[in-house]
Design a protein around this ligand. Sequence first.
Ligand code: ZN
Length: 454
Amino acid sequence: MPEADNIPEATALPAGGVAFAHSEARAPGRELHDLVAELYPLCRSITGDGVRETLARLGRIVPLATHALPSGTPVLDWTIPPEWNIRDAWIADRHGRRVVDFRRSNLHVVGYSVPVRRRMSLAELRPHLHTLPGQPDWIPYRTSYYKEDWGFCLSQRALEALPEGDYEVCIDATLTPGELVYGEALVRGATDEEIFVSCHICHPSLANDNLSGVAVAAHLAREVGSRPRRYTYRFVFVPGTIGAIAWLSRNAAILPRIRHGLVLSCLGDAGPLTYKRSRRGDSAIDGAAARVLRAHGPHRILPFSPDGYDERQYCSPGFDLPVGRLSRSPAGTFPEYHTSADDLSLVSPDHLAASLAACRDIFAALEGERFFVNRSPYGEPQLGRRGLYRALGGEVRRDRLEAAILWVLNLADGRHGLTDIAERAGLPVTEIEAAAATLIAHGLIEETAGALRT
Ligand code: ZN
């Protein structure tokens, strides 16, 4: 299916200005939780009808363009896999009773299992059964996207209750040439410079890891369209890894416009807000996110690492986009992660709402940030000649202005915002602003619309 090139836009509203309000008193936590609950039963994977249905439902929150890439399409170093769809799956005992039933939980089937229909002994079946002995009541979440295999996931207790004997095993699935689909919402602002938000939509009935980020992103996309904005906002809803790689492979022309980016995941649990820095470590979004999280209370700031979610792709060295990740408890750090215990009770309306408020405030900080470029960056410009250096020796205020001038000149590389410069200099923003105004008046720096990528 060809790609749809017409990306629907949110209703055009007066763009420009920096009139973002700070967090609203009443956040839509209930609405966010309802959306998580609505999407929770769908059997998503990296391809298939569960993803299509998820995107269709998100399209009711915010206009979404869907894009499709056929199986077999090369994307960077990868290839779009066959499409997987599943109708039913079960293990039945000799009385025909379903002892493991996909209809009760879609986590019971290893994602991307090839179709199976056969009778086998428990001993033969065992290598295909996955449990969590340390959490005997929980069903694990397992996938086998790129290696042909099949299997079932069940609780350790359910496994222990299975008597020896023969079982009927059925996975009524298809793994055939099809397509990978992803969704994109574009909300145009006063400039083409973009704030990029990405979340993964490939996990089945898992609430925090996957749906919390999806719900927050969809609501943010709707919300930014109703506010004045300098930036254009792009929200992508992609299957993890392969979807981000597919998006990157098709959007080379967009990449230079991405000034700030966020991957959203695991935003509904009770853990403190956690921001993982971009690969660059000092991107404008890294500074903005750290300041916003400080203002929001208990939080964690993590350095970049080449693991986690799709920040791995956006921050791979060839792209090196200024993209960080916002979570509460990061993937792999909470016991419910990738198990049936990551259910609707793990995510709360209040935590979802507070996560959305943090994103809103990060956007507001970026909308209000100012960026400058040094027009004379090769060696220090001669300040004395311009009356900007040691003109009034010994005066304390004068020394501070000089320090501010030197910091602005050094960090006016288009990537550091005025607030970042103030933080690095250890000086009040007002003094950095005054220095910037002086340097503009002397033609030594100029303001850019948004952070430059290089
Ligand atoms: Zn996951």
